[in-house]
Design a protein. Structure first.
Length: 363
């Protein structure tokens, strides 16, 4: 069989009779790579186990440093407080017996399956369905876990120290160690470990004006309903306007007129797409956003700041309260820039760093 010049040259560098050490083998693999695309390396490991026996099956997980380029849909088997925490952490699908029945009925619209330890007895019934697809939750793969703090700490330790799995699990079993690791991750420039967790929020009564502030954070998946679904009767009422009765009545009247005009245009046969132009910036709608821990840190730095737009600041503080209820180990370190590190506003600073730090430390 004939081979090209590059293949022949690379083959000369490899001694087929020699057993290479791992480091040397990797260096050689990189040296012999000549293709104009990212090549892959296939690795075979003799484990000496019989995978037909359940106690000898080996499962593992590899975290790709830059992701796979697609949104990963996560299904979580959990109940009670664990289910609420999973929803707050960004799970796409959460359930217990209802989710079991859906999967048994053929529902497979997810990429990763996670379960809390108390649900494994239930999930075990799905072994024949999830196992062949590589979706069966496993403690070794980190998909049987009730803890977001551990997920972040695990990623950080593997990425920075390349420690053995057993040593990593021993370290992250200590809550104080997790807090220390997370603090170091947040204060460093390499915050990729925070991408190991995602969170989903349903946010109600967001004005169309405030929506533009949410949309500026591009590293999120934000579900925005069609403008035609906006409640024409519902609108935001700024506090400064609410305090002045004459302005308040005129302000509210403007939205009533808008709603009335909307109905008239619709009755006249104007298409739905054009009716969106009638809406005012103060009209509100509900949104759903999924955001990873790293982008969420930036969001909180900017949007919970004293100088942030008042409406999104209120949302940011409410979101942070919910997050701290779910996991204080992680989110006690989240807040505005002056709370996380130092103020980034320069000469535009509000000058209230001490008050802000006290507020967020007690939040």
């Amino acid at each position: 069989m004939k081979h090209g010049k590059k293949y022949v040259e690379s083959a000369k560098l490899v001694d087929k009779s020699k057993l290479y050490e791992v480091k040397e083998a990797l260096e050689l693999a990189a040296k012999t790579a000549s293709a104009k695309f990212d090549e892959t390396v296939e690795m075979h490991i003799r484990l000496g186990v019989d995978s037909r026996h359940a106690d000898q099956q080996v499962r593992g997980a590899v975290v790709l440093p830059n992701g796979t380029g697609k949104k990963v849909r996560v299904a979580v088997f959990a109940k009670g407080d664990a289910a609420k925490a999973a929803e707050a952490a960004g799970a796409d699908i959460v359930g217990d017996t209802d989710l079991l029945e859906k999967v048994q009925g053929g529902f497979m619209d997810f990429d990763v399956c996670i379960a809390t330890p108390d649900m494994m007895g239930l999930v075990g019934r799905l072994g024949k369905v999830l196992g062949p697809r590589g979706l069966m939750p496993s403690p070794k793969a980190g998909t049987v876990t009730p803890d977001a703090a551990k997920a972040i700490s695990r990623f950080a330790l593997i990425e920075s120290c390349n420690l053995p799995t057993a040593q990593v699990e021993e370290i992250i079993s200590d809550e104080a160690e997790c807090a220390k690791i997370i603090k170091e991750v947040i204060s460093s420039k390499r915050q990729r470990a925070l991408e190991a967790v995602t969170f989903t929020f349903r946010i109600n009564n967001v004005s169309l004006s405030c929506l533009t502030h949410f949309a500026r954070h591009r590293m999120q998946s934000i579900g925005i309903p069609a403008l035609t679904l906006t409640d024409r009767e519902r609108h935001i009422l700024p506090e400064t306007i609410a305090k002045k009765e004459d302005l308040k009545s005129r302000y509210c009247e403007a939205f009533k007129k808008t709603a009335s005009l909307y109905k008239e245009l619709k009755a006249a046969g104007i298409c739905e797409e054009l009716l969106g132009y009638v809406l005012l910036s103060g009209n509100t709608l509900d949104i759903v956003t999924t955001i990873n821990g790293r982008e969420l840190l930036l969001f909180m730095k900017l949007r919970s700041c004293n100088r942030a737009q008042w409406e999104i600041r209120d949302f940011a503080i409410d979101m942070l309260k919910k997050l701290r209820e779910a996991d204080k180990t992680v989110f006690n370190f989240y807040g505005p820039s002056c709370y996380v590190g130092k103020c980034t506003e320069g000469p535009m600073t509000c000058g209230k760093a001490l008050e802000i730090n006290e507020f967020f430390s007690k939040l």
